[in-house]
Design a protein around this ligand. Sequence first.
Ligand code: FE2
Length: 269
Amino acid sequence: MRIAFIGDVVGKPGRLMIKRHLKRLKQEHFVDYMIANYENASHGFGLTEKNCIELLGYGIDMMTGGNHSFDKKEILDLFDTYPLIRPINYPKETPGKGLFQTTLLGHEVAIINLLGHYTMPMVDNPFTMITEVVKELKEQGVKHIIIDMHAEASSEKNALLHMLKNDVSAIVGTHTHVATDDLQVLEGCCYVTDLGLTGCRDGVIGMDSTIPIKRFMTGLGGHFDVPEGCKAILQMLVFELDDEGRCVGAEKIKIHDDKPKIVTKAWME
Ligand SMILES: [Fe+2]
């Protein structure tokens, strides 16, 4: 099966890039299932119902979140209606779920959203928690396990790869919005430290640069804003899993506005 993943979708420019390119990309890369991260999809912070319906309408099958999952309070009512998850290591009492399971081409597939520790809200230890969750899934016979590791620190994402490379199908890093050039398939596990944003590519992590620069110059706060017009980018990962849930190959696709796509490939090592 071929699964595709789009990282942090940042605001309207990100949604428009998906509208413009996704249908064609899914056909060209034979995508069976499409995942995206929603946490910045509505003007950079959280997700509204309108934008949720919009993104699902473009051909996304389910969406993961992160530390901005709850920025738009209306999401609290969306978890029961739409295929959305939030990080699994939030407290048990937090609305929503962190594990999504579906059947695809005769296989049970599990998608888990996990939040790192460094600079993140207070959550349960991601490493001990994911160990338990993966163990339970394995006991249930689930072999196709995909993790969205939403974290600031590259080291946390690297450590998760080496901890779980023999147990899960893919670990996709999200959150920093800046893509890393380390796509690999290690012992059957597809991995990239950060998939990078889909949205504006000429600002500061998808936002207008004015406020971030002011913040760094003065230490004063301000509300980050997604520009109306910008140079845009779409970044998508496609990975192929065999019947045992092992990744056999992966491709990172990058499109700048309407320019030809740039493809980077990785094979099983
Ligand atoms: Fe985030």
